[in-house]
Design a protein around this ligand. Structure first.
Ligand code: CA
Length: 220
């Protein structure tokens, strides 16, 4: 799951990046509105965390352009605690949720899980296809009688597949969802993660479609 963080405050940006990375997200961080808009012209992220007070183009304008271009990816705005008017404006411009500064990092993670879940058209907190289930709050996966705790990246891999059961994801598509811009990706990184998940949950959990990629099956 790949997140674009737009935040000009270095301390907040660092803390949020770290918390998101610890929680198995790939994070790309930009610090001004114009760069954010450029990145979002062709969104490759699954959600945006958007500060409103930014140098140059502010967060409202970034959001307005994003929605005008028809992009539906979830946006959580970050606002000052006492600024109700900003929150209302942001939500009316198409934000999905907001966080008031200073915010608790655990609350941020819970709100991220909620908007991503709703984007996938899912109300229940567990992701699954009827055979395999995954809890985004704990990273625990279950397959039949087997339960296992996944590593951050194993989780990101299985989550990407479970968000679109029955769809084959190619190596590049998986890499895009698991790693950020600044991360070196070894050529066999995806194979390594798939091996790890299969070892914990059973080989049949992830299906290999020769020459095309990998998938989890749709609910029976
Ligand atoms: Ca700011």
């Amino acid at each position: 799951m790949r997140i674009l963080l737009v935040e000009d405050d270095l301390m907040i940006g660092e803390a949020v990046s770290l918390a998101l990375k610890d929680a198995a997200y790939a994070v790309d961080w930009v610090q001004d509105g114009a760069t954010a808009s450029r990145v979002l012209e062709f969104p490759e992220h699954q959600a945006v965390l958007l500060d409103l007070g930014l140098p140059g183009r502010d967060g409202f304008e970034v959001l307005r352009r994003l929605r005008l271009a028809g992009h539906a990816l979830p946006v959580i705005i970050i606002t000052a605690r006492d600024d109700v008017a900003d929150r209302i404006k942001g939500l009316d411009l198409g934000a999905d949720d907001y966080l008031a500064k200073p915010f608790d990092l655990n609350e941020l993670l819970a709100r991220m899980r909620a908007v991503i879940r709703r984007q996938g058209g899912q109300a229940a907190p567990l992701l699954g296809n009827g055979r395999v289930s995954l809890d985004p709050a704990t990273r625990e996966a279950r397959h039949g009688e087997t339960a296992a705790l996944l590593s951050a990246r194993e989780f990101a891999l299985l989550q990407a597949l479970l968000l679109r059961p029955g769809t084959i994801l190619a190596r590049a598509e998986l890499e895009e969802r698991i790693y950020g811009w600044n991360e070196e990706v070894e050529s066999n990184a995806v194979d390594f993660l798939i091996h790890g998940v299969r070892k914990k949950l059973g080989a049949e959990v992830i299906k290999n479609v020769r020459g095309a990629g990998w998938m989890v099956e749709k609910a029976p």
